[in-house]
Design a protein around this ligand. Structure first.
Ligand code: ZN
Length: 75
């Protein structure tokens, strides 16, 4: 089971960047859409059913080729 996307850390091996990345994620969620009689929507109880990180690229290099995911023990 993957951790939530914001719990992951990355590192760019090319430039040493640890803090700035563009992360492209596909997320499938289920949420309770609560409409008022007037049609105003409130979204509640959003649950993430699946989440796939498709691409992580370094903001400094502009490339994802050298980006690696850090393990918990390395952080
Ligand atoms: Zn980089």
């Amino acid at each position: 089971m993957w951790a939530a996307v914001d719990a992951r850390r990355y590192r760019c091996a090319a430039c040493g960047n640890l803090t700035r990345f563009d992360v492209t994620t596909t997320r499938r969620t289920r949420a309770f859409h609560h409409f008022t009689v007037g049609g105003e929507l409130t979204v509640e109880d959003e649950e993430v059913l699946s989440e796939v990180v498709e691409e992580v690229s370094c903001r400094w290099c502009g490339s994802g080729r050298a980006v690696e995911e850090l393990r918990e023990s390395e952080v």
